[in-house]
Design a protein around this ligand. Structure first.
Ligand SMILES: [Zn+2]
Length: 89
């Protein structure tokens, strides 16, 4: 579990959540880090879902499933593209 210091009330709260546990204000740290990551990594085609080592088990499983679906989807799209181009020529 990642802890983040709430900038509104100063308590340490669960950084995985969008809002502070104590004052229920929005935790801006999370948004900032996500934005920074987006700026650092320009989009290369379909961006794969990032797996973080500090993710909870359920989130990891969920992300693995999403990644698997994304892989199937990307494969299907390229197959359809290949089929479409072979019929045209
Ligand atoms: Zn707070």
């Amino acid at each position: 579990m990642k802890e983040v210091k709430c900038e509104h009330c100063g308590f340490w709260t669960n950084g995985e959540d969008a809002n502070c546990h104590y004052c229920a204000q929005r935790l801006n740290n999370r948004d900032l880090t996500e934005q920074e990551q987006l700026e650092k990594e320009p989009l290369k085609g379909l961006p794969f879902i990032e797996l973080k080592p500090d993710d909870p088990f359920i989130v990891k499983g969920f992300k693995h499933t999403l990644r698997f679906l994304q892989l199937i989807f990307t494969t299907l799209i390229s197959m359809i593209g290949a089929m479409a181009s072979s019929t045209v020529h």
